[in-house]
Write a protein that binds this ligand. Structure first.
Ligand SMILES: [Zn+2]
Length: 305
């Protein structure tokens, strides 16, 4: 079912990465710049992420001997240094998720680069290292993102959804490894409800969300794919959901032959396979289009609105 499955290490049937995006209240300031400070309930819901959920998740990973990847907007690192310490002390990777969760594809190229570099500076100051991975906030990878990632020496991106296994993003500047996921593995559709974001999904029982995640895992295990959860501490780190996550991890462990890894480990492994010639990833050439398709003319299209 997968045309070009990856020969995962130690005869693993699939690779699994639980990634958490610790957005904290960055998204509230971005959505409501002038009134965020007055929205205390929303703020408390979001601060639950760094204050309560991150230490809980790190403890959970410790129980299972797992090292995973957390994506952080750099502003959140500055605001919540204790969460940064907990993540680093647990042996987990921290990767770049914008400065203030800004949307790259809504910014001019120079402005996107400014925030990317400002975020890198925070990583260097607080962790002593440049980040190796990037996930565009709200998946808003731009036409210029790949060029900036190549120029800033990123190893991988984890924003896109174009395959079941790792692949390469390429343009005239260079290449990075893409580690794809999908909305089925994002916790937002399962759990997000907030008046301040005008976003109400019918909240599912944790086990129903786990059923979706487990179905994705079973298929990846069967056919040699890559399973990457895109979760948020303030959503999936709530107590009942964390209990269900522990059960899901146990289920995966019991099934066996699973490679639990940080995304930087997976990206490095893909590079090693590629260099050794033992596996050749698919190459996706960007951008997909040089501009709007000509069939609809220069005017803003009114079709399908
Ligand atoms: Zn985010």
């Amino acid at each position: 079912m997968i045309a070009n499955p990856v020969p995962w290490p130690n005869a693993a049937r699939c690779a699994v990465a639980f990634t958490f995006d610790m957005d904290a209240d960055s998204i509230l300031h971005l959505a409501h710049h002038t009134s965020a400070d007055t929205r205390l309930a929303a703020m408390s819901m979001l601060r639950y992420g760094p204050e309560i959920a991150v230490p809980r998740l790190v403890e959970l990973y410790k129980r299972f001997g797992m090292h995973q990847t957390f994506f952080l907007p750099a502003w959140c690192m500055e605001r919540y240094p204790a969460a940064v310490d907990v993540i680093l002390q647990g042996g987990h990777e921290m990767a770049h998720h914008g400065y203030l969760h800004e949307h790259p594809n809504e910014l001019p190229s120079e402005e996107e680069l400014y925030w990317l570099q400002r975020g890198i500076d925070v990583f260097v100051t607080m962790t002593g290292e440049r980040p190796r991975g990037f996930r565009a906030p709200t998946y808003k990878f731009s036409r210029h993102t790949l060029t900036h990632l190549v120029n800033e020496s990123f190893v991988y991106d984890a924003s896109l959804m174009g395959d079941d296994v790792p692949y390469l993003l390429e343009n005239t500047t260079g290449r990075v490894v893409e580690l794809p996921s999908h909305y089925a593995l994002d916790d937002w559709p399962h759990f997000m409800a907030s008046r301040d974001f005008n976003y109400f999904m019918s909240i599912k029982p944790p086990r129903q969300a786990m059923e979706v995640y487990a179905a994705e895992f079973d298929a990846m295990w069967e056919y040699g794919g890559l399973w990457i959860a895109v979760w948020h501490p303030f959503l999936s780190g709530r107590l009942a959901r964390c209990v269900a996550i522990a059960e899901l991890i146990e289920y995966m462990h019991n099934k066996g032959q699973v490679w639990f890894a940080r995304l930087d480990e997976i990206a490095t492994y893909v590079q090693q396979l590629t260099q050794a010639g033992t596996w050749t990833p698919r190459v996706d050439r960007l951008p997909y289009y040089p501009g709007p398709i000509p069939e609809l003319g220069a005017a803003e299209p009114t079709l399908a609105r």
